[in-house]
Design a protein around this ligand. Structure first.
Ligand code: AOF
Ligand code: ZN
Length: 342
């Protein structure tokens, strides 16, 4: 790595400290360098709070240290007034010499205008440093803006012989504590969490985050025939739940029934989610729902946690001819696999 890349890597590492707290915003880190030394650092810590550049400028020992400095930021500085004023204006006011950027901000409110502002003020701008690393970190945010739909992650747990529940549909515990923690961490990184109504009927899950610090995703249930039990956790705990149904729209506390018409498909759900600004959804089951997503082709990432056990019978996992690559051993009896999608 050259020096530019080392400092950008530091900005990317810092950006990850916001993981699970910034959704639907991107993860952004910023490093200020002068005389070959880091003199300031910051990152976007939580949704609605200060942007990375503001945190970095505020971390300087003296405000005038920014004059003639080099600013490494993992995303193009914003040019719009959102929850915070434009970062490009702050960098101009701070009289920095150059701004080195990893990725352009695809948000139409920014999209190159941040760079234009900096250049117009005589600041040198370099872009594309460690671009692919940044694109991976913010894959949810980039997919949302470029494909105009949420980023979709599928996750299920299964036995060695490919069953995700017992024959009668009763849930089976495949997770160990370490896997459970990982699942909760994954939930914090998504804006929505989606299951089919059978999963609610069989497992009555809470679908919230308890084992890792971070956001609770919005719960979404595919329930075309209004079968969701009134006493299920997701309807009773006062937290938001969206129920996609064919029939009537309704609202009850934090729960919204959304009517999507007679034969709604995955693409209709994603269209609705996109309109609501949902940038990512974690789909946790069951087989019918996971299969519908796989068949739709609108899937970006697929994970399987496999427990070291053979059940012999049960509800089979989705059959889709996926090619699995071992990702990591998690605890004593779970191996996590990620599917290789083309
Ligand atoms: C930056 N630095 O650290 C982040 C940026 O609602 P706001 O004000 O937080 O603005 C959110 C938008 O700003 C977000 O969609 C993305 O375009 C950009 N995020 N920009 O300069 C940051 N988090
Ligand atoms: Zn900003």
């Amino acid at each position: 790595m050259n020096k530019q890349e080392i400092w950008m890597q530091r900005a990317l590492d810092l950006s990850l400290l916001g993981s699970g707290h910034v959704v639907p915003n991107p993860l952004v880190g910023c490093v200020i360098v002068k005389n070959n030394q880091i003199i300031g650092e910051g990152w976007h810590q939580a949704y609605g709070q200060a942007h990375a550049e503001v945190m970095a400028i505020h971390s300087l020992a003296n405000p005038e240290d920014s004059v003639d400095s080099s600013v490494y930021v993992s995303l193009e500085p914003c040019s719009h007034t959102g929850k915070t004023p434009p970062c490009a204006d702050l960098l101009i006011k701070s009289k920095v010499k150059e701004v080195i950027i990893c990725n352009l901000d695809p948000n139409p409110l920014v999209a190159g205008q941040g760079i234009e502002k900096l250049k117009a003020a005589g600041i040198q701008v370099i872009q594309g440093v460690l671009e692919s690393k940044g694109a991976k970190i913010n894959r949810h945010f980039f997919t949302f803006h470029t494909k105009k739909r949420p980023y979709i992650t599928l996750k299920w747990a299964a036995s060695l012989d490919g069953f995700i529940a017992q024959e009668n549909g009763e849930p089976y515990t495949f997770s160990n504590p370490q896997s459970q923690t990982l699942v909760h961490q994954m939930r914090t990184q998504h804006q929505g969490i989606l299951v089919g109504v059978n999963t609610i009927i069989q497992d009555n899950p809470q679908l919230n985050v308890r084992l890792w610090p971070g956001n609770n995703p919005i719960r979404m249930v595919l329930d075309p025939h209004n079968r969701i039990p009134k006493n299920s956790h997701v309807l009773q705990d006062g937290q938001p739940t969206w129920i996609f149904t064919k029939q009537v729209e309704a609202e009850q506390g934090a729960c919204h029934w959304i009517a999507l018409g007679e034969h709604y498909q995955i693409k209709d759900i994603l269209k609705f989610a996109d309109k609501k600004g949902i940038i990512s959804i974690l789909v946790e089951g069951g087989t019918k729902t996971l299969s519908a997503f796989l068949q739709s082709g609108l899937v970006d990432e697929v994970w399987k946690q496999e427990k070291d056990i053979t059940l012999g019978k049960g509800i089979p996992e989705p059959e889709y001819g996926l090619k699995w690559k071992q990702h990591q051993q998690v605890g004593e009896d779970n191996v996590w696999y990620q599917a290789e999608l083309s």
